[in-house]
Each structure stands twice: as C-alpha cells, then as structure tokens.
Design a protein around this ligand. Structure first.
Ligand code: PGA
Length: 249
C-alpha cells in the first residue's frame, strides 16, 4: 500500500512572516491528517518555517537546489545550506525550472544525485508541453525525463524519490488533466520504473499529480489507482484551499 503524499509548492509567494502564518495554520489543521505532507516555501522563508514545522507531521521542502555543493555560483543555493536549515525534501525538475530557466535533464540528474547523496528526499517533476501532447509525444517526454532524471540512481536511493507528473499545460491554468488521462500517464511512468528497477519498486514508488489540483477535483484524481498524491501550487497558498486536499480520503 502506498501512502498518499500531499505537497504544497508555494513558488515565489509569501514573505517570511506570511509563510510562518500559513505554516502555523497548517500545523494545526493537519496534525491528525492521514497522509504524508510537505510544504515548500521560498528559500527566504525556509529558516523561519523550519522552526514552525520541526517535530510535526509536515516535512520541509525546498523548491530547487544547485548542481554543486559549494563554490562560485552566484545566486544559487547549496544542498549543504538547505540541510543546515532543516530541509528534508527538494523539488527538482519543475517545469518552470525546465522551461523558463532552461534546466536540462543532465543538470536535473546531477541535482537529483547530489540531493540523494546528502540524504534528502527528492520530488522529481516530469511532464509534457501542450504541443508535445498534441503531437502524441506525452509518453515519450515523460519517459525521457524519468529515465534521464534517474540515471545512475540506485534501487536503494529510489526509495527517497517521489515522481510528480505535471502536464505543463495544466499548471496554473485552471485546466486539469482528466483523472483518466492522468492515471494513464501515471501507469505508464510506473511501467518505466518497473523496467528500470523491477516490479516491486514500481509498485512502491509514489507518483503525485500536479497541475491545477484543487478541492473540487482532488478526490476524483486521488481515486485513481496510480495517482498517489499531489504537488499543489495555487491551492496550496491558503489553508482553506489546501486543507480539503490534504485531508481528502
Ligand atoms: P498549480 O501548480 O497547482 O498552481 O497548477 C502546480 C505546480 O506547479 O507544482
């Protein structure tokens, strides 16, 4: 049995004090929640939010990380700095990083391996653009991003990986993949994992859906066999909109 993993990606929203206020509300609201939880504030709020979630059932996530441990990398944030603040999970390969900031699979794979080598959990995001879906390439794009993102990751380390399927055309647009379409890609990604690591690993890996997930559609998405949680952007910015997803059965 896989445990649902419900994660909030706060993107470039909230000052440190706003982030602390939301994290404090969520700690109260989700303390008896049945699922695994994570919130990922901006780097600037990690220190403050870390103190709020410490010792609770909410993991602290970061939204990105440098390919390198330290050195001359102006504007980057190192795995050592994240660990120092109590970060437990890092989101890598988000489509906004891939498409706006031109991160490629090789770069994302370096980050994945570096994060794992320091004991962090990773949410590896994969997903196709609208034109790729319309050209019938959704599966191929997800397969390549999965295989290249996980290249060189051991079976033991795979246990620290969550995959988030986020069709780019559904992110922040209000358009959601239908539960059936999403489940089909999730099943396909699970097949790729089976090919890479065997059936037991494929049965175990948690695959989140992301892209305009909200209270109104969460239940139908999570009811699908291969959808094991959500990576939530817009609806994660308020307790009122995150809580119904986080407590969804
Ligand atoms: P959204 O973002 O829920 O606002 O579509 C999801 C994500 O980008 O992780």
């Amino acid at each position: 049995m896989r445990t649902y993993f419900i994660a909030g990606n706060w993107k470039m929203h909230k000052t440190a004090s706003e982030a602390v206020a939301l994290a404090s509300e969520l700690v109260k609201e989700l303390k008896d929640g049945p699922h695994k939880y994570m919130i990922a504030p901006s780097f600037t709020a990690l220190d403050a939010v870390s103190k709020v979630v410490k010792g609770t059932n909410i993991l602290l996530g970061a939204q990105n990380m440098s390919t390198d441990e330290s050195g001359a990398h102006t504007g980057e944030v190192s795995v050592l700095q994240l660990k120092d603040l109590g970060v437990q999970v890092v989101i890598l390969g988000h489509s906004e990083r891939r498409h706006t900031y031109k991160e490629d699979d090789a770069m994302i794979n370096r980050k994945v391996k570096l994060a794992l080598s320091h004991g962090l959990e990773v949410i590896l995001c994969v997903g196709e653009l609208l034109e790729e879906r319309e050209a019938g390439k959704a599966e191929k794009v997800c397969e390549d991003q999965t295989r290249l993102g996980l290249a060189g990751v051991s079976a033991a380390d795979l246990k620290k990986i969550t995959i988030a399927y986020e069709p780019v055309w559904a992110i922040g647009t209000g358009k959601t993949a239908t539960p059936e379409d999403a489940d089909a890609i999730h099943a396909f990604i699970r097949k790729i994992i089976a090919d890479m690591y065997g059936k037991a690993a494929a049965d175990e890996i948690v695959i989140q859906y992301g892209g305009s997930m909200k209270a109104e559609n969460a239940q139908a998405l999570l009811a699908k066999e291969n959808i094991d949680g959500g990576l939530i952007g817009g609806a994660a910015l308020k307790a009122d909109t995150f809580k119904p997803i986080a407590l969804c059965k």
